[in-house]
Design a protein around this ligand. Structure first.
Ligand code: MTE
Length: 316
């Protein structure tokens, strides 16, 4: 059976039925009460009683494997964004102090046509699509997120990488006044990440500008972030201001800090454990029991060829 991923153009009428969304929320609440476990509660995002979140009417959002998307509340209240906080539930309130407008993205390095794009230019130059992707964090939790955005390949083609180009480096904004976490000297700011050029050109690799048809919330990486669904979540760098095409492999923040724990490739792989925990299974936010983690997060048909002949336990 083929689980080939299909992308769909955004239709603003396509939105989660309120009943589905409310039913899921009630289930999560009830489950929390039944389990009565502090540890479990700590793993679930805060459930807002009265929410100002957008309300969605329309068909449920489901990925190509039949997984229902996480709710808007879950996706926007349980975030890894160390520029704000290392506490996932503290990111959303702290992100209110950040203004993502105006915004530019500099695309530079080994390209024939380097250019600095205004965020609005990116929206008008590149048609926006919806992609419902699984996001698997290296910490062994996961979500299903309906992103809006456009393939990174479209942007790279526009600037024409040179023949020698082999890698792409991404950099997050550095604004310590608005992002208090950047005052911590422990992390080598700004956050940076990298991909091989062929990974960057793969059709799954998305520059995301929104989710659930709404503009990108700050806590999820406003106004524009990378999404690489077959790799651990830390590769999906947020709030990008610079994209640099290079000949040499770029550094990435987590590898700089702990090279024995985090590599450059970071492909989701249930057979290669993190030195401190198993990667064989994961906790889907909003669910009680664990799921088995899928090789390449279930996107092997689209990406396994990129790693033909490579030892994936050495290139972790
Ligand atoms: N990008 C930046 N700039 N800073 C971060 O701390 N965290 C990463 C990734 N991108 C991070 C980042 C990690 S570990 C994960 S799992 C995802 O963002 C989480 O994305 P989400 O909050 O939208 O679910």
């Amino acid at each position: 059976m083929s689980h080939r991923f299909k992308s769909t153009p955004v239709r603003s009428s396509e939105i989660t039925p309120k009943e589905t969304y409310l039913a899921r929320r009630d289930f999560i609440k009830a489950a929390g009460v039944i389990a009565g476990s502090a540890a479990l509660a700590a793993c679930l995002p805060a459930q807002a009683e009265e929410t100002t979140a957008p309300q969605f009417d329309g068909p449920a959002k489901v990925d190509e494997l039949g997984n229902m998307a996480n709710t808007y509340e879950e996706i926007t209240n349980y975030n890894n964004y160390y520029e704000f906080s290392t506490n996932k539930e503290a990111v959303a309130p702290l992100a209110k102090n950040f203004n993502p407008s105006p915004w530019t993205v500099e695309v530079t390095g080994m390209v024939a046509k380097p250019k600095t794009f205004g965020f609005e230019d990116l929206l008008s130059l590149f048609p926006q699509e919806e992609r419902i992707y699984r996001l698997r964090c290296v910490e062994a939790w996961s979500m299903v997120i309906p992103w809006n955005g456009f393939p990174l390949a479209s942007l790279l083609k526009a600037v024409e990488p040179t023949k020698e180009a082999k890698y792409v480096r991404f950099e997050t904004v550095y604004r310590p006044e608005e992002m208090k976490g950047q005052s911590s000297a422990f992390y080598p700011w700004p956050y940076q990440e990298g991909l091989r050029l062929d990974e960057a050109m793969n059709d799954l690799t998305l520059l995301a500008t929104g989710l659930y048809g709404e503009t990108m919330p700050v806590q999820n990486g406003a106004p524009i972030r990378l999404v690489v669904p077959w790799k651990y979540g830390f590769k999906s760098i947020k709030s990008i201001v610079k994209i640099e095409v290079m000949e040499d492999m770029p550094e990435n923040l987590w590898r700089t800090i702990a090279p024995n724990e985090y590599g450059f490739y970071a492909n989701v792989n249930p057979n290669v454990d993190h030195p401190r925990w198993s990667q064989a299974s994961e906790r889907r936010i909003g669910e009680l029991s664990r799921r088995e983690t899928l090789m390449f997060n279930g996107y092997g048909e689209q990406v396994a060829d990129l790693y033909a002949g490579m030892d994936l336990s050495e290139n972790y």
